[in-house]
Design a protein around this ligand. Structure first.
Ligand SMILES: Nc1ncnc2c1ncn2[C@@H]1O[C@H](COP(=O)(O)OP(=O)(O)O)[C@@H](O)[C@H]1O
Ligand SMILES: [Mg+2]
Length: 244
């Protein structure tokens, strides 16, 4: 099993759209995929799916259920895609925002245990996380084999991503690759690779343009699910090729 975490410095860079799409892409390729919403402060899978989970990721972390109880099998994938939802309840969101060190150590253990229980049955465990420097994100990063950092070309985003890589990803010594999303039309791949290469000295595994069609779905569906030939979807296939 390979564990992949999507992370970013800022919110809104495309983690959820790209992680959902990559999970679906790998599942369509016949892999067993488990995608978990670890953005416990701003849960988002509920906008994309109508499933009503019996247990949330929060229940698993608080030892109110086992890892498999929090997973919902997505329809249409022959059991190939399972989803872990974060609780949208305000009480749970507030609880998740407590950056208590002791509690977070317990959570790290819980994630590592859950990961071990899934490892013989799952090919890819994918975490969608909260942006920035937070215990919750650091915990899943520590539990991963690979971190995919999603950034845009905004100066503040690239500057912040650079600091974050130096302060977290390099110190934790986790393999990490950068994906540049929402590239404005007319900016060539070469320009992006040069700009990001100069600034971050990181390997960029994919660049994705900004597409109005993605925005027009209003966070209810991914363009990957809807249009397999869309350039966004082809970029997802490229990411899947590179990480598998
Ligand atoms: N390549 C893209 N082109 C245009 N809009 C995008 C693209 N990728 C993501 N978006 C939009 O950006 C917003 C934030 O995306 P989301 O996946 O929720 O980011 P995050 O999970 O990092 O906060 C959403 O409205 C989404 O539709
Ligand atoms: Mg998100």
């Amino acid at each position: 099993m390979k564990t992949i975490t999507f992370h970013s410095y800022r919110g809104g860079t495309g983690k959820t759209n790209i992680s959902l799409s990559l999970a679906e892409c790998l599942a369509r390729r016949g892999k067993k995929v488990c995608l978990v919403d670890f953005d416990l402060r701003a849960p988002s899978f509920g906008s994309f799916f109508e499933y009503k989970p019996s247990y949330f990721v929060n229940d698993f972390l608080a030892e109110r259920c086992d890892v498999k109880d929090m997973l919902v099998k997505a329809e249409g994938f022959n059991d190939g895609l399972s989803l872990g939802f974060a609780s949208p309840e305000i009480r749970e969101i507030k609880e998740a925002m407590r950056e208590d060190k002791r509690k977070q150590m317990k959570i790290l253990n819980r994630i590592l245990n859950g990961r071990d229980l899934l490892k013989d049955e799952v090919d890819y465990l994918i975490f969608d996380t909260a942006p920035g420097l937070r215990y919750s994100s650091t915990n899943v990063i520590l539990s991963s084999d690979l971190v995919l950092l999603i950034a845009t070309l905004d100066k503040s985003d690239l500057d912040g991503t650079k600091r974050m890589i130096e302060e977290i990803h390099e110190i934790l010594d986790m393999p990490h690759f950068v994906i540049i999303n929402k590239v404005p039309a007319g900016v060539s791949d070469e320009e992006v690779l040069k700009e990001v290469g100069d600034k971050l000295s990181q390997k960029v595994i994919c660049t994705i343009q900004c597409y109005c069609e993605v925005m027009s779905l209003r966070g209810r569906e991914t363009i990957f699910h809807q249009q397999s030939e869309h350039p966004f979807s082809r970029a997802i296939e490229e990411i899947a090729d590179k990480i598998s």
